[in-house]
Design a protein around this ligand. Structure first.
Ligand code: FE2
Length: 164
């Protein structure tokens, strides 16, 4: 069997990027993948548990955000592989990141859940803006970040509209 090692993957040529710089970009993509995986499961948690007068609208919107977050995670993870890295997108990978705070799992209130998901959208967008501004040397990855930020900020606005 022909086993491809991690080192061989990382040293395969991709564009003009040096392997060291590529490893940094891959690590940053994996950090953002964790944020998006967390957003995916958190929005689903809100979809299941939400109660209140806006139930139908929020139940549906939380599910829409769940699927969008999964699509964004897929974009980011597959960029990792295009750069010949390894995607780290498990729940355990998310749990190992101290900078991602636990979601309020016993919450049912529509306002609390709407704020909790909105805050996660904003946090993920801010984290990704940092990545985007430091990726001028890798514009394909930067373009993915910009696309995802656009979506995250749109969903944050839609949740905000329920609160105002
Ligand atoms: Fe459902």
């Amino acid at each position: 069997m022909n086993v491809v090692t991690k080192t061989e993957i990382l040293t395969a040529p991709v564009g003009a990027l040096a392997a060291g710089r590529r490893a940094e970009i891959i690590a940053e993509l994996n950090t953002n993948l964790a944020y998006l995986t967390d957003l995916h499961v958190s929005a689903k948690q809100a979809h299941w548990n939400v109660h209140g007068p806006n139930f139908v609208g929020l139940h549906g919107l939380f599910d829409t955000i769940t699927f969008a977050a999964r699509d964004y995670a897929d974009l980011v993870a597959e960029r990792v592989l295009a750069l010949r890295g390894t995607a780290h997108g498990t729940i355990a990978d998310v749990a190992s990141m101290e900078e991602i705070r636990p979601f309020p799992t016993d919450e049912h209130g529509w306002e609390e859940l709407t704020r909790a998901v909105r805050d996660r959208l904003i946090t993920a967008a801010e984290r990704m803006r940092l990545s985007a501004t430091s990726t001028d040397d890798e514009q394909v990855t930067q373009d993915i970040y910009i696309e995802v930020i656009r979506g995250l900020e749109k969903w944050a606005w839609m949740l905000e509209a329920h609160l105002s």
